[in-house]
Design a binder for this molecule. Structure first.
Ligand code: NAI
Ligand code: MG
Length: 363
């Protein structure tokens, strides 16, 4: 069966880096007979200009039907004045919400060639390859009540509510163990069961899913604060870390910055496995935005976008060999001293977006 990819390049450097991903897809089709069929649509400000909305209904339909969505980046000063619900970022939020992408994956990979660019010692991060799995649609960011109220004594009270229901923890736990199957088999769950009821419950549910459905995997638990410390001190002890929306927001930003440039960081957002087809909805995108300051200069680093394709190969298509090969090609390109300006180092040679995409494609 063919594999359908919906390409949503978006705005700014999004369109430039997507071209480099298309080169890799063409090679996967030629060399590996991957059978990818791609479609392209507008998203973000460019969709607002042409179609009156940051993501049209027609594009939503394509996204729901595709095996995976590859998303570039959206936004830019050009759309500063558009109504709030039509701003470029609203396109991405609609995609996440309607596709029910509750599992956000942020890998922290340290390419050996970039190990010295980190603020941490080489031995701490060299060879690092961990995955933070953040619950994306529940928890304290969405729980009700959520308000600031006036008290009779003239004071005010601000309330956010951490809420998790059984099914929300079950599905993120399953996602974690499914991901761990394609890796070392180890999952570390992080919460604060010492001070939060939701932490006690999170721990219980994850433990039960492990025992009942994934007994062959390894499960460890950490308190989120101690886990954060260990993440910085000795991150290689982890493989998959699964945690809630709030802790995941912080821990994934920390983990990402262990390894370096914004131009290098991919991400994935996954939905539930469809009982009928066995497939899950998925959107892959770089962590960075549309970089209006360098858009149009041909200097953007396409590696975060290319690494996002690699995550798609791994998690949507079980093309592990191809994903490994693509990541090896990225590592070898960096090793050969071929660098865009954001990851430039002494003795290396500078290329632009196209040159970087070509170098990876060649390898
Ligand atoms: P940004 O990530 O676009 O840029 C931050 C800095 O990193 C800039 O100096 C940029 O040149 C650099 N940078 C980013 N990606 C790079 C790459 N691939 N290669 C080389 N350098 C790179 O964040 P910023 O400036 O805060 O936001 C710009 C626009 O992007 C805004 O409209 C914002 O709302 C939007 N945005 C969109 C996101 C998305 O589409 N998911 C995520 C973050 C921001
Ligand atoms: Mg954050």
């Amino acid at each position: 069966a063919s594999k359908t990819l919906l390409l949503l390049p978006g705005d700014g450097i999004g369109t430039e880096i997507m071209v480099e991903v298309e080169k890799q897809i063409a090679i996967l089709n030629d060399v590996s007979n991957a059978g990818f069929e791609t479609e392209k649509a507008l998203v973000g400000g460019s969709a607002y200009d042409a179609e009156g909305a940051p993501v049209s209904d027609a594009t939503m339909t394509l996204a729901q039907a595709a095996d995976a969505v590859l998303f570039g980046s959206v936004g830019g000063p050009k759309w500063d004045g558009v109504p709030y619900d039509k701003r470029p970022e609203a396109g991405l939020l609609r995609l996440r919400k309607e596709m029910e992408l509750f599992a956000n994956l942020r890998p922290a990979i340290c390419y050996p060639a970039l190990a010295d660019a980190s603020s941490l010692k080489r031995e701490i991060i060299e060879g690092l390859d961990i995955l933070i799995l953040r619950e994306l649609t529940g928890g304290v960011y969405f729980g009700e009540p959520k308000e600031i109220i006036d008290l009779p004594n003239g004071q005010k009270r601000a309330i956010d509510t951490q809420v998790y229901e059984t099914y929300e923890i079950e599905r993120i736990a399953r996602a974690a163990f499914d991901l761990a199957k394609t890796r070392s088999g180890k999952v570390t769950s992080m919460e604060k069961r010492n001070v939060m009821k939701s932490g006690v419950f999170w721990n219980e549910v994850v433990t039960r899913i492990h025992k009942d459905e994934y007994p062959e995997m390894t499960l460890e638990h950490e308190l989120a604060d101690a886990g954060g410390m260990k993440l910085v001190k000795a991150p290689k002890q982890f493989d998959v870390i699964v945690t809630d929306n709030l802790f995941g927001d912080m821990l994934s930003d920390i983990a990402a910055m262990l390894t370096g440039s914004l131009g290098m960081l991919p991400s994935a957002s996954l939905g539930a496995v469809d009982a009928k087809t066995g497939k899950r909805k998925a959107l892959y995108e770089p962590v960075h935005g549309s970089a209006p300051d360098i858009a149009g200069t041909g200097k953007a680093n396409p590696l975060a976008m290319i690494a996002s394709l690699s995550m798609g190969l791994r998690y949507s298509f079980e093309m592990i060999r191809e994903a490994d090969a693509l990541e090896a090609a990225i590592a070898e390109t960096l090793e050969a001293g071929i660098r865009t300006v954001d990851v430039m180092a002494p003795g290396c040679s500078e290329v632009g977006t196209t040159g970087m995409g070509d170098a990876v494609a060649e390898r």
